[in-house]
Structure formats: C-alpha cells, structure tokens
Design a protein around this ligand. Structure first.
Ligand code: ZN
Length: 229
C-alpha cells in the first residue's frame, strides 16, 4: 500500500503581509517544504508599503512572490481604520462592540480563498497563514474554528485536498519570537517587518495596539532567554 503523505508535492504557498507573524511563517515553511511561494494582497490598506516590504522579505528568503490586487475590499469595508484614513484607530475594543475598528470584514476569507485558487494553479495544496487565536483581538477570522471550516469549504468548492497550515495558532507573541529565533531569522523579523498600525517598520511607533502586543512579547521572550543563560 502506498504511503499517504501529508506533503504530496512538497510545495507551499504562504500568505505574506510583511508583518512579524507571516514573516515567521514564511521561514517556517522554508524549513518544512522544498519549494515555497508567497502571495501578498493590495486591499487598499493605508500603508501601501506593506506590500513592498513583503516583496523584499520574499526576495531575501529566495521565494517566488505574487502581488494580488484586491482593492475592492476597501470599498466594502465601512468604518474601518486600516483602510480609511479619516477614521481614527481604536486603541482597544470599544465598549459594547465585538471588535476594534481595525477589523477588515472578510479579510482572511478573501485572502485564503484567493490564495487557494492561486495555489491550485501552481499545483500547490499546502497553504500557510500566520493567524493566531492566542492573542485574539476580536477578529473572528483568526480563529481555529473558522480556518478549519474554510479548509473544508475550499476543498468542496474546488474538489481539492488543500491543507491550511496555521503554525502560530496556539502561540502567543513571546513564543512567536522564540520561533523566529530558532529558525535563525530573529533579526530579519525584528528589523525588517512591519506590524505597526502607524506604518513604522521594525520596533514600530511603540504605542499602537499592534506595537504594544509585539513589544510585550519581545520583552517576555528576551527575559526568558536571558534567564536561561
Ligand atoms: Zn505602532
């Protein structure tokens, strides 16, 4: 009987935003798969440089890069501070609201569906995304249940056997830093990624919710690391 492999063709497509999480996932995929591809989306985000940062990270990693224009998402999103410059970003979840206005409705649904169609055209079944439920900021499309459900839907939609990989799903930010360090890309992730909602590369502006989360994780990781030495 033929052995059933979870990696039939050893190729993977990574959804890359140029942030800490997806960049760490890109290098994770490089370790796990022989051939790695990256896809980024222009969805009308305020910080257009996100996509050029993603591209230069992909080049540095030596993986093929595809930029997909899905600008229409910004026309669908209302009251979203990531796509509308006139809206002030929530520092945290407002009272009585399910999520902060940094939520782009349907973003991961669109990203992963488009990624799957693109992956299929390349003969790729394995798709990697950096979503995490651990530092859950109220984004429903970062949850494990959503990813599992979408995985089934994508398979049914295209009669394929995609596998959506979420290496960070149960990791907090400190553990994500640890993972980058173990993969030997701590400096690249620290200095060359863009996670900051205010568009400041590396350690960022220091005060937006994303920078705060990233910095706390980094401090915690470095503290643990130093204790071990
Ligand atoms: Zn920031």
């Amino acid at each position: 009987m033929a052995e059933i492999s979870t990696k039939p063709n050893n190729k993977a497509l990574v959804v890359l935003s140029g942030g800490q999480d997806s960049t760490t996932c890109l290098f994770w995929a490089k370790k796990e798969f022989k051939e790695v591809y990256a896809i980024s989306f222009n969805y009308g985000q305020k910080h257009q440089k996100e996509t050029s940062i993603a591209q230069s990270i992909a080049e540095k990693a030596g993986v093929s890069f595809k930029l997909m224009d899905i600008y229409f998402i910004s026309q669908l999103a209302t009251n979203c501070s990531l796509t509308d410059s006139n809206i002030k970003m929530d520092q945290e979840k407002p009272d009585g609201s399910t999520f902060p206005n940094t939520f782009v409705p349907g973003r991961n649904l669109f990203f992963l569906s488009i990624a799957a169609v693109y992956a299929r055209s390349l003969g790729i079944r394995d798709i990697v995304t950096g979503v995490s439920q651990t530092d859950f900021s109220g984004y429903p499309d970062c949850r494990d249940s959503f990813i599992k459900s979408l995985n089934v839907s994508l398979n049914l939609a295209m009669d394929e056997q995609f596998v959506l990989h979420t290496p960070l799903m149960w990791k907090d930010k400190a553990e994500t830093w640890e993972m980058a360090d173990k993969l030997g890309v701590f400096d690249i992730v620290r200095n060359e990624t863009l996670t900051c909602y205010n568009g400041v590369i590396g350690d960022g502006c220091g005060h937006c919710p994303s920078c705060t989360l990233r910095r706390k994780g980094l401090e915690l990781y470095l503290e643990h690391k130093n204790q071990k030495h």
